[in-house]
Design a protein around this ligand. Structure first.
Ligand code: NAG
Ligand code: NAG
Ligand code: NAG
Ligand code: ZN
Length: 460
């Protein structure tokens, strides 16, 4: 029953994906009719999305995708689908010692004791946090005293652009609503500074399969940006610490993954504030970048984010409207195959030489199929491109020191916060030690699948 609710909600949100889908759809038709270009170096490996030749209703489109490279240990492309949990989860290769000082972040404080985190000290997962708490009062006062004006726009309707009966919003350049037309401002980070640089990002974690992704990234000596859902942190604190201490960039992706332009000012403050706080309590530092769920941002949400010390990070759109969304999440939509997703990804990689600057992608690490696509195909293919791509976190690909990606360790010289920031969090982090995350799938299955809102909310 929960599942069917989720599917309905997912369908209603598919309109958001459509907002930037047209060009990609054209690419697919072109690519189905023309052989994929051979890479000029390296041995191409071919993975066939061979459709089961059974009844027409079960047939998958027959696409042959020529990857520049794939991971030899990847599971076959044809066995990746939108409802997987067959691959074993692995333990974190190492967990950061409590009280150790992460050497990768200059000026970092010692790591707090993750075992001292008490889940009941935080709001209920996957719901907008209560608005009548001392914490929200404090963050609200900070926003009001930040020196940044918050525009007085009404929240948008649920349902995104297609449900924008308040159609004045759509064309309103003062509002600059990304969801309707992809509007961005100078305050948004939308690309990497240099051509052929790839800002690698993963949203919605930490999750059960994040350690599998971290292991692959370690093997390849790659670093990424992780946009964290605050609700997940007290379940996976060791994973978050390992990402951070391993030199990946940690950033904010809200508490309950709602479309932020639909929320009131105070709800937005609560969503961002609690996510900043639970990350601070776990790491001892607070991120200074955020990504709005679904990319749903306007100038009201931007102003509140900046007032809280958070710079918005989008995924790149080319001038002709191609979104560098890997569409990995679409594997969970009815009728979308992994072959289509990989074909579209190859189309984006083929387009990279035409971009003036580097690009930032959208990927996810919440479910196994996303991690299998990333480690088996999406990243290996990117690694084998010619000219080669430099794969980096957003902070690095925008020429920041990693320390400048956190409020407390930012030296404020090159990237000063736009707002006057007060104390970032009430109380300080605890100290101590601990082992890896002790969770069983059963113990948090309810929070991962328990509610249409959460499932729907994870389209991006
Ligand atoms: C469209 O907006 C109306 C008014 O806010 C709301 O009642 C309705 O549920 C929305 N539809 C969808 C599909 O979200
Ligand atoms: C930079 O500014 C932030 C916010 O005002 C502050 O917390 C931080 O300590 C400053 N960094 C340095 C190195 O002074
Ligand atoms: C932390 O580790 C030390 C030594 O390994 C141990 O003596 C101490 O009891 C631990 N503290 C906690 C809170 O687990
Ligand atoms: Zn998301």
């Amino acid at each position: 029953m929960v599942k069917s609710l989720g599917a309905v909600a997912l369908l209603s949100l598919a309109v958001l994906a459509d907002a930037h889908g047209e060009h990609r759809r054209n690419d697919i038709h072109a690519r189905q009719n023309t052989p994929a270009p051979q890479p000029s170096s390296g041995a191409p490996s071919s993975a066939s999305g061979s459709a089961p030749t059974g009844s027409p209703s079960s047939a998958r489109p027959s696409l042959t995708i020529t990857f520049a490279s794939t991971n030899p240990t990847a599971i076959p492309l044809s066995s990746i689908s939108g409802d997987m949990s067959s691959r074993p989860t692995i333990a974190l290769a190492s967990t950061a010692a409590v009280g150790s000082v992460p050497s990768v972040v200059a000026g970092a404080p010692p790591l707090p004791d993750r075992n001292a985190l008490v889940p009941t000290d935080y709001p209920i997962p996957d719901q907008i946090p209560p608005l009548d708490s001392p914490e929200v009062d404090m963050w609200w006062d900070q926003v009001m005293n930040s020196g940044i004006d918050i525009p007085e726009f009404e929240p948008t309707n649920p349902g995104g652009c297609q449900n924008a009966t308040n159609s004045a919003f759509v064309a309103d350049t003062k509002r600059c609503w990304w969801t309707c037309g992809g509007c961005v401002t100078e305050d948004d980070i939308t690309e990497c500074d240099d051509k052929f640089h790839w800002g690698l990002t993963f949203d919605d974690g930490p999750g059960f399969y994040t350690p599998n992704l971290l292991q692959y990234l370690d093997e390849q000596n790659l670093k990424a940006t992780f946009f964290i859902v605050g609700s997940r942190v007290t379940t996976f604190p060791a994973t978050l610490q390992t990402e951070y201490a391993g030199g990946h960039q940690i950033a904010v992706h809200t508490w309950s993954h709602k479309a932020l332009t639909t929320l009131t000012n105070r709800e937005i403050v609560a969503e961002l504030g609690w996510t900043k706080k639970v990350i601070y309590d776990t790491l001892g530092v607070t991120p200074n970048m955020m990504r709005p769920p679904f990319g749903d941002i306007d100038n009201r949400v931007r102003a509140i984010s900046l007032a809280m010390g958070l710079t918005p990070v989008m995924w790149t759109r080319s001038p002709d409207g191609r979104a560098f969304n890997t569409q990995d999440f679409d594997i969970r939509l009815p009728g979308v195959t992994v072959e289509k997703i990989m074909n579209d990804w190859q189309g984006l990689l083929d387009f990279v030489p035409q971009l003036d600057k580097g690009f930032i992608t959208l990927q996810h690490d919440l479910y196994q199929e996303f991690v299998d696509m990333a480690t088996g195909y999406i990243i290996p293919d990117g690694l084998a491109q010619n000219p080669p791509l430099t794969i980096e976190p957003v902070s690095t690909c925008t020429k920041r020191r990693l320390a400048d990606a956190y409020i407390e360790t930012n030296d404020n010289s090159t990237y000063p916060p736009k707002a006057k920031l007060g104390a970032t969090s009430p109380g300080g982090p605890a100290g101590g030690n601990g082992s890896g995350d002790v969770v069983t799938p059963a113990s948090i299955a309810a929070s991962l699948i328990g509610g249409a809102g959460f499932i729907a909310g994870l389209l991006f």
